[in-house]
Design a protein. Structure first.
Ligand code: 1HN
Length: 349
């Protein structure tokens, strides 16, 4: 590639004249914004072991009352972006949230989309758009853009969940804001229950525009059963993986971030090609190693890691006898809409 002129090559007075008129020459920065073959990537492979962060999260429960936190969260920040940016990747925010028995996190709604992956504890719930969603380990609960949500806890033990938001990209777009609200009235008929069985949806869907977010809670018992069935009935399948979808459209559950659950069969190793999306892996059950370039993490239950895009990834179940279950988040829905999504074969990474 041709080497281009540097800023220092230009006379001082010329540079000053440009600056005075808010002008910048492109050529000294062109290679930085358009690097050859592969983007410049700030996201670093990073792992957040749960056993290490858990004591600090519980300590936050003693140090900071709910009234002073609103949401009591330790953010899983990627050092490659700078910790203060609170980004796991260019588009994804991750946080571990703690709710203690009897606590309440007040209702609000905001433009970024959130999902929660429940990590530990029983008895907490989140009310989303009037629907009371009970939280149980491994459940995925959506709080899509613009919907009221609040969290409560009637149980006995601390409850912890992983929040995944598209906050970094929505913030970057200067479109991130919140509205505070009053406690919601809970609908007695939980609308989402109508979607709890695969293969059938309420028939009125054919007589109206599909709902943007018809299903808010994806219980782990059902997702796990779907994976077990897939593994049993299609032993030749390359990846035992299911996507969280909008049951009315068959499309992604949310518009910006995509979510799936993967089962690694006992002893299985799975090679993923390099994709243009950064990926987040969270271990729901069992243990898996994740290798990407020179980084290798072994995820124990409830551990979370982030791997940058354009990197081939190898996942390996650490057990020869038990399956391992991994929750995956990426920004493929956004990249596909923008025409940026790429999968590269092994000869081309
Ligand atoms: C939020 O609304 C929640 O509702 C959690 O639990 C984390 C991080 C950034 C912005 C909004 C919640 C959040 C958040």
């Amino acid at each position: 590639m041709q080497e281009l002129g540097r800023l220092e090559d230009l006379p001082e007075d010329y540079r000053a004249a440009l600056t005075a008129q808010n002008l910048v020459p492109l050529w000294p920065s062109l290679r930085a914004v358009l690097p050859p073959f592969k983007p410049a990537i700030k996201t670093q492979p990073t792992c957040w072991p749960y056993q290490d962060l858990r004591p600090l999260l519980l300590q936050a429960g003693e140090l900071t009352p709910m009234e002073k936190a609103e949401r009591r969260v330790l953010v899983l920040a990627n050092p490659g972006h700078g910790l203060e940016k609170m980004q796991a990747s260019s588009t994804m925010y991750l946080g571990m949230q703690l709710l203690l028995p009897g606590e309440w996190a007040p209702a609000h709604r905001h433009t970024p989309n959130a999902v929660r992956m429940i990590v530990e504890g029983e008895g907490a719930y989140t009310t989303v758009d009037g629907e009371k969603c009970l939280m149980s380990r491994g459940d995925l609960i959506l709080t899509p853009t613009g919907l009221w949500h609040e969290h409560g806890h009637d149980g006995e033990q601390p409850v912890v969940w992983l929040d995944v938001l598209d906050l970094p990209i929505v913030y970057f777009m200067e479109a991130s804001y919140v509205t505070e609200g009053k406690a919601q009235t809970v609908n007695s008929d939980a609308a989402g229950m109508a979607y709890q069985r695969g293969g059938v949806v309420p028939a009125p869907v054919f007589a109206r525009t599909p709902m943007a977010f018809p299903m808010l809670r994806y219980p782990w018992v059902d997702v796990r059963a779907a994976l077990e069935t897939l593994a049993r009935t299609q032993p030749e399948i390359e990846a035992v993986q299911v996507a969280y979808i909008n049951p009315e459209t068959g499309g992604d559950a949310q518009k910006i971030l995509g979510f799936s659950a993967l089962m690694l069969r006992p002893g299985e190793t799975l090679n993923l090609p390099a994709r243009s999306t950064a990926m987040v892996f969270h271990q729901i059950e069992g243990s898996a190693s994740i290798t990407a370039d020179a980084s290798r993490f072994t995820l124990a239950e409830a551990d979370t890691c982030c791997i940058p895009g354009y990197t081939p990834i190898t996942l390996a179940n650490q057990s020869a006898t038990q399956p391992a279950f991994v929750f995956i988040a990426d920004d493929a829905p956004l990249q596909k809409k923008l025409g940026l999504y790429e999968v590269r074969d092994a000869r081309n990474v």
